[in-house]
Ligand binder design. Structure first.
Ligand code: 13P
Ligand code: SF4
Length: 365
């Protein structure tokens, strides 16, 4: 007999231990029908249930490769969208809490990008001159925009390579929504800072002069990650004064000065790999989200490595944190009963164009 969908209210106040047991039981019942993909910023109470963990690039590859009927994403909205776009039509992508968005992704939207294109078209032939490049932290319709206009997607791992691809197509790049990733990646390619002006979509002509636009190699969208924006160059100066032998590693969403003063800059997967492989006795200052850093610090302790968070204020990604054991238990129990909740489905025409831009990235990286 068909049962009714279980309401989240029944899980809202469930105890953590109870949720843990329910997750394990439902996961066992679903077996190979289910794959759980977990981003490194997830809280431990759900991260431990992931079949695969990774950064955005690694997880998107897993989503494209899995045969599972249900792909449950422990991450944020754009990640579940990518899983839907890259998986087969009969596979179902699920986000346990629909309010888990990415505030940086929300800093660009299609209306503003289209308006920017119209404004830039007054000055130059957009489709012949500019390659749109969107960070994977963006909505599916922006990826579709890139697919339609000869553009591409990048992640924190492959941004410099995707910029190279973009410049091989056209002379300029419109990079959105993260100015920090765009600036750092452009700088690593040798592009002078003055040729990477910030394009403010809320100002006429991005707030730039005709001269600045004509001279630009990369137009950097005025967007950033509120979590990484909290890291400061002064945090690194203080650390180096106290621990001259210490090493600094940061995520490229951090401000330019932080990246410039770090020993290493890279994706979440790169950060974990680098510190994991470092010699015993090393000391690290890490500039990325708190859940990742806390977990890494615990794991490194027995190996005699000291891992320290870059900021003195809490820099947790509050939207990543919305995926908690209660939501995961609720999602999986429903699936085990044959009820799909919180499916993320991108409209077919949009998905097709977004897939084009994502596939260009996967092929080029
Ligand atoms: P990674 O792809 O490096 O995991 O980054 C994703 C993200 O949202 C960082 O804030
Ligand atoms: Fe988005 Fe920043 Fe959270 Fe990453 S850490 S998901 S960029 S808000």
């Amino acid at each position: 007999m068909q049962t009714a969908t279980i309401k989240f209210e029944r899980f809202q106040h469930a105890a953590e231990d109870d949720c843990q047991q329910r997750i394990v039981a439902a996961k066992a019942k679903l077996g190979k029908k289910l794959v759980i993909l977990g981003h490194h910023y997830q809280q431990e109470g759900v991260y431990r249930h992931a079949d695969f963990t990774g950064d955005s690039l690694k997880l998107s590859r897993h989503a494209a490769a899995t045969d599972a009927e249900y792909i449950v994403f422990l991450g944020v909205h754009f990640m579940a969208e990518v899983a839907d776009i890259l998986s087969r039509p009969e596979q179902i992508s699920i986000l346990p809490d629909l309010s888990a968005g990415c505030s940086m992704a929300d800093m660009a939207n299609l209306a503003k990008v289209e308006r920017s294109r119209r404004e830039l078209s007054k000055l130059l032939d957009f489709d012949k001159t500019i390659t749109p490049l969107t960070y994977i932290n963006s909505a599916a319709d922006l990826k579709a925009f890139c697919g339609e206009h000869g553009g591409i997607v990048c992640t924190s791992t492959n941004a410099p390579k995707m910029l190279e691809w973009a410049f091989a197509q056209r002379e300029k790049v419109l990079f959105f929504p993260d100015q920090n990733l765009g600036r750092w990646s452009g700088y690593k390619m040798g592009i002078p800072l003055e040729q990477m002006p910030v394009w403010d979509p809320d100002q006429p002509m991005g707030g730039l002069t005709e001269e600045q636009i004509k001279n630009a190699k990369i137009l950097l969208w005025k967007g950033h990650c509120a979590v990484h924006q909290m890291f400061r160059e002064q945090n690194i100066i203080n650390f180096r004064e106290q621990h001259p032998e210490g090493l600094v590693i940061s995520h490229p969403e951090s401000p330019f000065e932080v990246c410039l003063n770090s020993d290493y800059v890279g994706s979440t997967e790169f950060i974990l790999k680098t510190v994991n492989e470092a010699p015993s006795g090393t000391r690290w200052l890490v500039g990325t989200e708190l859940n990742l850093v806390n977990r890494l610090a615990e794991k490194m302790k027995p190996e005699g490595k000291h891992v320290q968070f870059m900021s003195h204020v809490v820099c947790e990604c509050s939207t990543m944190a919305r995926i908690d054991p209660q939501h995961l238990a609720w999602t999986l129990e429903n699936l085990a009963e044959g009820h799909v909740v919180n499916q993320i489905k991108v409209a077919d025409d949009e998905a097709e164009l977004a897939r084009l831009a994502l596939q260009r990235m996967l092929d080029a990286s």
